[in-house]
Design a protein around this ligand. Structure first.
Ligand SMILES: Nc1ncnc2c1ncn2[C@@H]1O[C@H](COP(=O)(O)OP(=O)(O)OP(=O)(O)O)[C@@H](O)[C@H]1O
Ligand SMILES: [Mg+2]
Length: 233
């Protein structure tokens, strides 16, 4: 088990009222498991990832993590620092953890080449396209070698070819290292091609309307998932 969430509720406290965003969310993430989260814009997906990564607090419920839990969070906004170069941005997470070494620098170099960023390693984020920025943020996350990837719409700015390449890469990486992932996406095909399990959230306050385990090759999951989200996403 990587983590277990029980009856999680989250409210945002506004000036004149409180809004409940997440309600009674229960979710277990196992070792070597990919979970895709689908749900309407504004339903609370990013809020959930930020709570899991402890960036946000919650109002009630419990979250239990495995010992020495270590995550890599790629936020929906890429959060690149404008005054650091591409290379420095990629190394930021490792620098904070004091984990930069020869092996990591070699891995960085390989990733920069593979993701067509080598010529831009000394450029600043303002000079990059949205898709390039996402690839920098993804490299930063991969270098952390986390037990759990938290990816919030990581491929939204990428073209079809790059998206396909990155999807395959991440899949391979996770398989090799037996890591786990929670990915937020609006793309049902992407969710089906990556995930072992799909979680569909309802709109405000978000609760889990359906959990689908993708373990039967004879089932048409696209039609099944779409039947649940047609009124929601
Ligand atoms: N800091 C905040 N204060 C008040 N309300 C907030 C805050 N952050 C988010 N919200 C509200 O909480 C709800 C959920 O936001 P969240 O960003 O988690 O949605 P989401 O599912 O990730 O949406 P999208 O698919 O558009 O990224 C939204 O209605 C949003 O307006
Ligand atoms: Mg979001």
């Amino acid at each position: 088990m990587i983590l277990t969430i029980k009856d999680l509720t989250k409210q945002y406290h506004l000036k004149n009222n409180d809004i409940t965003v997440l309600e009674n969310i229960c979710l277990t993430v196992n070792e070597h498991e990919v979970i895709a989260i689908l749900g309407t814009s504004g339903c609370g997906k990013s809020t959930l990832l930020s709570i899991i990564s402890s960036l946000l607090n919650y109002d009630s419920g419990t979250i239990k993590y495995k010992d020495h839990f270590n995550y890599g969070y790629m936020l929906q906004k890429d959060m690149l620092l404008p005054y650091l170069t591409v290379k420095e941005n990629c190394l930021l997470g490792l620098r904070i953890k004091k984990q930069i070494n020869e092996e990591k620098l070699k891995q960085l170099d390989d990733l920069l080449i593979k993701y067509h960023l080598k010529n831009y390693e000394d450029s600043y984020p303002d000079n990059l396209s949205g898709g390039m920025r996402q690839r920098v943020a993804l490299i930063r996350t991969i270098l952390l070698d986390p037990d759990l990837y938290l990816l919030d719409e990581p491929f939204s700015a990428l073209d079809y070819q790059n998206k396909k390449m990155l999807l395959n890469d991440i899949k391979k990486l996770i398989d090799e290292k037996h890591q786990s992932m929670i990915i937020v996406t609006h793309d049902v095909n992407e969710a089906i091609s990556l995930a072992n399990r799909i979680i569909i959230l309802s709109n405000k306050p978000a609760h889990i309307i359906k959990e689908i385990t993708l373990d039967n090759p004879d089932i048409d999951y696209l039609t099944l998932v779409e039947s649940y989200i047609k009124d929601e996403v």
